[in-house]
Write a protein that binds this ligand. Structure first.
Ligand code: FES
Length: 267
């Protein structure tokens, strides 16, 4: 009588690090360069404390929203909790930036990207990793990745604030309604931020999870379908929003510092 053997626990013993013949290093190296450059840029800008607001047109960079320092002036729509002396030490958007950072840090897409690029764990599919042990996300500190759903709630609230900023950016020279290139850039950025936030895997679960059947919940079923469709491109939105945030901030910085004038379309 034949016996059924239990599957071997050890990994397959292959001498080569990988049998892949394609340029698998390209993804982790490119990701590492892009993420590092972005973090350096965002950190410098967040602590800079200047060229963040154009009072004439109400353009506020997303890196300073909500603006909480005493020197935010008109841009302080939600109060000024931070004294002017903290400039350079505490970002003006100290209330939102930590949550946004944690939201992106625990995002499924970014996890895949930085596990591969920074930890080489694993560096790519079917490529041996240098680490001897792997405890997954079951122990501290990586068990904290499970808090992602709560950071999603904070990110959704901050997206609402960014939306409010984008609406205020339709401000004309004479105090009424106006449109400039800055209004359009800030609006495009906010639309992309919503696409990223709503396409989140946790959002999909919040909208359509824990239901026994969809037929009794047609609105949630419809919303789940929309989020599922967006979710297919979540990785792309994650990357595109890195670019749109930098573009929005850079444009506001150029106009606020007087380096360029805003291109006005109306008023
Ligand atoms: Fe990426 Fe939630 S999975 S933001």
């Amino acid at each position: 009588m034949s016996t059924v053997e239990a599957p071997a626990k050890a990994r397959a013993q292959i001498k080569e690090r990988t049998l892949r013949k394609d340029n698998w290093r390209l993804y982790p190296i490119t990701t590492l360069v892009i993420f590092t450059a972005w973090v350096v840029y965002a950190t410098v800008r967040a602590f800079w404390g200047a060229a963040f607001y154009v009072p004439e047109y109400h353009y506020l960079t997303p890196f300073y929203s909500p603006c909480l320092n005493e020197i935010c002036g008109d841009a302080a729509e939600f109060g000024t909790f931070l004294p002017a002396e903290t400039k350079g030490w505490i970002p003006f958007a100290a209330l939102s930036l930590p949550f946004l950072l944690l939201f992106r840090l625990t995002c499924y897409y970014y996890r895949k990207a930085y596990y591969r690029s920074y930890w080489a764990s694993p560096p790519a599919c079917a490529v041996q990793e240098p680490h001897k042990k792997y405890s997954g996300e079951r122990r501290f500190p990586l068990i904290g990745q499970n808090l992602h759903r709560y950071f999603w709630l904070a990110a959704a609230a901050i997206s609402l604030i960014n939306t409010y900023d984008a609406i205020l950016a339709y401000h004309g020279k004479d105090g009424g309604f106006g449109i400039g290139l800055g209004s359009l850039i800030l609006t495009a950025n906010v639309i992309l931020l919503w696409a990223y936030t709503l396409s989140c895997h946790s959002c999909r679960h919040i909208v359509g999870g824990r239901l026994k059947n969809f037929s009794k919940h047609p609105v949630r079923y419809w919303a789940w379908g929309v989020v599922s469709k967006l979710n297919e491109k979540h990785g792309q939105y994650a990357l595109i929003t890195l670019g749109s945030l930098v573009l929005a901030d850079f444009y506001v910085m150029l106009v606020a510092s007087g380096t360029i004038s805003d291109l006005r379309i109306f008023n």
